[in-house]
Structures are given as structure tokens and as C-alpha cells.
Design a binder for this molecule. Structure first.
Ligand SMILES: *[C@@H]1O[C@H](CO)[C@@H](O)[C@H](O)[C@H]1NC(C)=O
Ligand SMILES: *[C@@H]1O[C@H](CO)[C@@H](O)[C@H](O)[C@H]1NC(C)=O
Ligand SMILES: *[C@@H]1O[C@H](CO)[C@@H](O)[C@H](O)[C@H]1NC(C)=O
Ligand SMILES: *[C@@H]1O[C@H](CO)[C@@H](O)[C@H](O)[C@H]1NC(C)=O
Ligand SMILES: *[C@@H]1O[C@H](CO)[C@@H](O)[C@H](O)[C@H]1NC(C)=O
Length: 392
């Protein structure tokens, strides 16, 4: 394997982990742990806030779970940094459309006022993605356990992936594509019925866009829809469109991250609005998928979005780690100490600009804080540019 051009290390000055496992930073792409110290498993998730608490629903993916569908988990947090496992929101029921051999993906929950019920929506399918349905489960409590109601093709047509958006007027919308089975490859925004148990009216169609992983963010001035291209578990360049009304007109699409980063190796799943007062911070939340064979090792990439409502632009930049005050929405980026590879001693075939095989770079005289610290390693992999064929 032929690898790396240029390398640097960054040590983050203050400790990231203190006793009692209180997280102080959001570290995109790292393994995240819940308040029990267990790996946080809530993939392709959705987040909803009620009574000052965020609830994060997502797919349970663990090494020990061999079933295709092993459950949907729910976690709660008051600070967006520390997440308590609230258990299984939905468990598989053999012999039904949410059986262990089925696909239950992209859970999103919403509270329905008229029925005083929490409604959990998801993409429901079989293992070959041939059923293309949406599933609905309900519970009087946000953390569930949710009772599975039914799965169906919305408005009698196929549905691929699933996003949910609740508008400021309380009405809720399902976001999905009509799938590869449909020649049109459209993406839809569809209003739900009064009790949020079905969909009833298409309010906008993105004709022939063929995108997935949709979610909508509203700033009070503009709506932004974020969607990814369809490249399986490999990341691609997530796009956004903006509009003053859900029914459009929607802008032309633009990329949310620097090209070449494949949205910092992530796929869109939801957005978070932090800050209770006038100042709001919008956070892009994406999944950094491992391969289909080791989905349990997938990570989360959360990055503050830079939004300009007058131009309708939404961009994210990379940050190794940051902290957020969920109440004020204030984001702080700690300063790290950087060490260039040039400062180190090199063995094997490595050059400062090239590593091969078993080469090493050792950087000495790094002074730590005596407590656990985060270390970032920067490198560039030029395999795609390589002339002689590497055995990859
Ligand atoms: C999934 O559903 C489709 C449509 O009914 C069907 O053609 C396909 O055989 C099913 N796949 C499995 C594994 O049952
Ligand atoms: C809902 O939560 C309340 C309070 O925790 C509990 O008493 C009740 O049993 C829960 N209901 C269901 C259906 O789980
Ligand atoms: C929800 O609304 C539909 C259509 O209006 C109705 O058929 C169904 O019974 C309602 N369900 C609940 C739980 O109210
Ligand atoms: C938004 O974009 C407009 C037009 O480019 C620019 O004038 C304005 O300063 C931007 N606002 C912010 C907050 O960046
Ligand atoms: C790396 O070192 C090991 C042990 O010395 C050796 O077996 C292996 O072939 C080396 N790999 C490369 C790519 O040089």
C-alpha cells in the first residue's frame, strides 16, 4: 500500500475526558460514548427537542447483533454533549414488517398534539429493498417503547429513505424519494395527515434529482433541504436547496462542503438547532458510515453550519473538535498545539512527504497535560493520483 503525503499532529490542550465521563467536546468522526460509557449507537438518526431535552433516535448497529434489524435506540441529552441511553424505542417483531430479517432505517419522531401521541416514522423494507415502504409506530411517551402500527407505500407509490420535518405551524412533512423503481427518480415533500399517521398531499417535487438522506432546517427566514447523492455507504457531496416556502420555488442546488472532502466523509441525516434565545446555531449531523460489513463502527460527523439567509447559502467547515453551549448556541473551538512531521525523526521508506509500507515518523518532546487528550493526525492520501499501480 502506498499512502500518505504530508503529516502533522495536533494535541488539544485541555483534556477531553474528565472523571465521570463528562464529555466537553463534540469530536466529529471519533467513537462517541453514552453516559454509561457504552458506544453510542444511533445511526441514520433523527433528533427532536421537547421540554428542553433533545432525543436522538437511530439505528442500533452492534457487532454482536447479527440480525438485519436489531432495533431502534433512543438517547436523551440536555447539552448535546452527554447522551443517556433511554433504551430501545422499537424492537423487532418476528413475522411482521419489522421482523429481524427486515430493514428498518432512518427513524424520526414527532409529537402529535390532537392525539397527544408520539409518532415514530421510518423507512420499512425487505433485505433486497424491494418493498419500499414507510413504517409508523406510536407511543404515549417519547422514549417508547413504540407500538408498530403498519407499513405502506405512501400515496400508493414506492418510498426510499426517510426524512421528517415539523414546521412552525405544527404541520409535519415526510421527505423521501420515489426510488429507483420509479423511472422519474423524484424527491418529494409530502404533508402528513392531522394525526401524523399517514401522508396526504405532495407539496413539492424535485423532479428527477435522485437524491437521498433528506432533512429540512428552518431558520425562521428560509427553509434548507439537505440531501445526499446515492452511493451506498460511500460518502459523496451533500447538496442543499433553499426556499422561502416549503412549496417552493426552491433554489438551484449547491454543495455544503468543500469538494473533494465528500462532505467530510459523511452522509446527511438531520440538523440540530441549538440556542434558546435570539442567537441560534445550526448543526449539520451526518453519518460517517463504515462498510456494510462493519456498520457498527460507523461514526457521527456533526459540524456547525454557516448559513446566510439573504443568499440562501449553507456551508460546513471541518473542525477537529468544538464545544457548544446548548442554551446560548455559542460554539467554541479550543486551540491545539501543532507538530509538523518535519520536526520528527523518520525510519524506513518514509519521507516527510511520503510514507510507504512500515515507515514511521516519531515526534519527541511533546508535553501533555497529564490527563487524557485528543490527538488529531492530518494526512493526505494521494492514491487516486498515483501513477504506478498500488495493490489496494
Ligand atoms: C422484497 O420484496 C420484493 C417486492 O415484493 C420482492 O420481489 C423480493 O423478492 C423481496 N425480497 C426478499 C428477500 O424477500
Ligand atoms: C410512560 O411514562 C410514564 C412515566 O415514566 C410511565 O408511568 C408509563 O408507564 C409510561 N407508559 C408507557 C406506555 O410506557
Ligand atoms: C388518523 O387519521 C386517519 C384519517 O383521518 C383515521 O383513519 C385514523 O383513525 C386516525 N388515527 C388516530 C389514531 O386517530
Ligand atoms: C450574506 O451574503 C451577502 C451577499 O453576499 C453579504 O452581503 C452579507 O454580508 C452576508 N451576510 C453574512 C452574515 O455573512
Ligand atoms: C512490514 O513488516 C513486517 C514485519 O517485519 C513484514 O512482514 C511486512 O512484509 C512489512 N510490510 C511491508 C509493506 O513492508
Amino acid at each position: 500500500m502506498y499512502l500518505v503525503v504530508f503529516a502533522a499532529l495536533c494535541f488539544w490542550g485541555s483534556s477531553a475526558v474528565v472523571s465521570a465521563r463528562k464529555n466537553r467536546y463534540i469530536v466529529p468522526g471519533a467513537t462517541w460514548y453514552d453516559t454509561d460509557g457504552e458506544v453510542l449507537s444511533a445511526h441514520a438518526g433523527g433528533i427532536v427537542k421537547t421540554n428542553g431535552i433533545w432525543y436522538w433516535f437511530g439505528q442500533n448497529e452492534r457487532l454482536e447483533d447479527k440480525d438485519l434489524f436489531s432495533g431502534l435506540n433512543v438517547y436523551s441529552s440536555s447539552d448535546l454533549l452527554n447522551w443517556k441511553n433511554e433504551g430501545r424505542a422499537l424492537s423487532p417483531i418476528p413475522g411482521t414488517d419489522i421482523g429481524p430479517e427486515k430493514v428498518v432505517e432512518r427513524p424520526k419522531a414527532v409529537f402529535n398534539e390532537p392525539t397527544q401521541t408520539w409518532v415514530l416514522w421510518f423507512h420499512a423494507d425487505n433485505s433486497t429493498y424491494g418493498q419500499l415502504r414507510q413504517g409508523v409506530a406510536t407511543s404515549p411517551n417519547i422514549t417508547g417503547p413504540y407500538v408498530f402500527k403498519e407499513s405502506f407505500q405512501p400515496l400508493g407509490k414506492p418510498s426510499q429513505d426517510f426524512g421528517l420535518f415539523q414546521d412552525v405551524d405544527g404541520s409535519s412533512y415526510a421527505l423521501y424519494s420515489n426510488g429507483d423503481a420509479d423511472i422519474d427518480h423524484d424527491n418529494l415533500i409530502v404533508r402528513m395527515n392531522a394525526n401524523f399517521t399517514n401522508v396526504e398531499e405532495v407539496v413539492y417535487t424535485f423532479f428527477n434529482f435522485d437524491l437521498e438522506a433528506p432533512n429540512i432546517l428552518y431558520t425562521g427566514k428560509r427553509y434548507y433541504i439537505l440531501m445526499s447523492h446515492k452511493t451506498g455507504y460511500r460518502p459523496n457531496n451533500v447538496v442543499t436547496f433553499s426556499a422561502e416556502k416549503l412549496a417552493g420555488p426552491w433554489s438551484v442546488q449547491s454543495y455544503i462542503a468543500e469538494l473533494g472532502t465528500r462532505t467530510w466523509n459523511s452522509q446527511s441525516t438531520f440538523t440540530i438547532t441549538a440556542g434558546e434565545g435570539h442567537h441560534k446555531t445550526y448543526i449539520y449531523a451526518g453519518d460517517q458510515w463504515a462498510t456494510a460489513a462493519d456498520l457498527y463502527d460507523s461514526r457521527y460527523v456533526w459540524l456547525p453550519a454557516d448559513i446566510n439567509d439573504s443568499t440562501g447559502s449553507l456551508r460546513i467547515d471541518w473542525h477537529d473538535l468544538y464545544s457548544i453551549d446548548a442554551k446560548t448556541g455559542k460554539v467554541t473551538y479550543p486551540k491545539g498545539q501543532e507538530y509538523e512531521a518535519e520536526q520528527g525523526s523518520i525510519t524506513g521508506l518514509a519521507y516527510v512527504t511520503l510514507f510507504e509500507g512500515n515507515s514511521t515518523v516519531t515526534i519527541k518532546n511533546i508535553v501533555g497535560t497529564g490527563q487524557p487528550q485528543w490527538v488529531s493526525v492530518y494526512y493526505h492520501n494521494p492514491d487516486g493520483l498515483c501513477k504506478f499501480s498500488p495493490s489496494l
